[in-house]
Design a protein around this ligand. Sequence first.
Ligand code: TRP
Length: 447
Amino acid sequence: MAERSNWGSKIGFILAASGSAIGLGNLWRFPYTAGNNGGGAFLFCYLLSVIVIALPVLIAELSLGRFTQRNPVGAYQAIRDSWLWKGVGYLGVVSGLMILSFYSVVAGWTVGYFAKAVSGHFSGITPEKAAEQFGGFVANPWLQIVLLTIFIAMTVYIVAKGISGGIEKYSKLLMPMLFGILLLMLVRSLTLDGAGAGIKFYLTPDFSKITAGTIIAAMGQAFFSLSLGMGTMITYGSYLGKQEKIPSAAGWVAFLDTAVAVMAGFIVFPALFSQGINPADQGTGVMFNILPVLFDKMPLGFLFGPLFFVLLAIAALTSTISLLEVPVAYYIDQKGWGRKKAAYIIGAVSLLFAIPSALSQGPVPFLSKLPLINRDFLSLWDFIWGNLSLSIGAFMVAIFVGYIWKSKKAVAEIRISSGFNWAPLWEILIKFICPILILLILMGLFL
Ligand code: TRP
């Protein structure tokens, strides 16, 4: 087998893995999901999901990847060659393609909003005008398709160039910059008149509001945000050197990712409440509706606005790269394709699948309100691939690592390079707590 390329350094891995984790999931998906699911109640379920379910699964995926040195299909196959586990690997490959499709539509919005920010579209804006602006923007089908295509093309270009030459280089500088600008936005939002109501909404969990739907949304969001349940972290782990410490790398990635999501809530909710907007009535565009208003009220907002949208687009790009990398690694390892060919073909396929999502935010009646389901196509795709499929995938990873590969062997793999005092607790989590909780939560869907 050809020598597998490795991350240049430990910090390179943490940056690349958090680059995959941190993206639109934190800044676009988290605020609207939290807003539609009771704010504080959601935050509470989310944090619990991250610690109890997602972090153990992250450690499992990374160690499985490093041990097998394969893409997800190959990783399962290397340990247990059966149709079931091959199928789980395929599900991951398909999910990567499908998440990439709707994700790139929203990523295209960030590019469009960069252009709006640069050209002064936010100055003197009111919440009503912001909503009108967003509505007009997403309803323009050609613009949507052009932006989407630009985004997928950038992703393909970087993935075609390969692991450390491509992915790592781009993550290093820009993530800390995004962090810095988020801090400034946080300060501005928290000091707006009426911000207190937003903080209260976000931090006071109303436990009576927690339903099966809230819990499913929170767990799915934890998987989505940490890029779990479809093999991204198996693939990234396969590029991880044997000297790297998996528990601390996993801890850092989970911590940084959660910090950004929590910050996004502290930016969006105070800003919404200060404008008298109830987050529960907001759709998927909430971030694009409120941030222009926030930038308009910020000193040097005309500078920070464009800068924020560029950084957000880059954060989205480091995530789409990791989404495309899974199917690409599969076609390279299992089918012997060249990296370029794999990246171009899969990129083109996901562009085709993205078109219904791109058109679904506009006036096309069928796509924008699917009969029976009462959702638009983009949210439907997001729910199927970004929540259900990932939850099933995470469940299967827990079972696989716990019982097929066996958690003891995973612990041995982790201990090659690192102490792991939590090993007994982690084994209990991955063998019993995670699979049982995921199953129970998914069953809530049918109640
Ligand atoms: N985690 C990324 C975000 O929050 C999105 C993402 C990248 C992803 N790779 C993934 C989600 C794999 C699920 C699975 O924006």
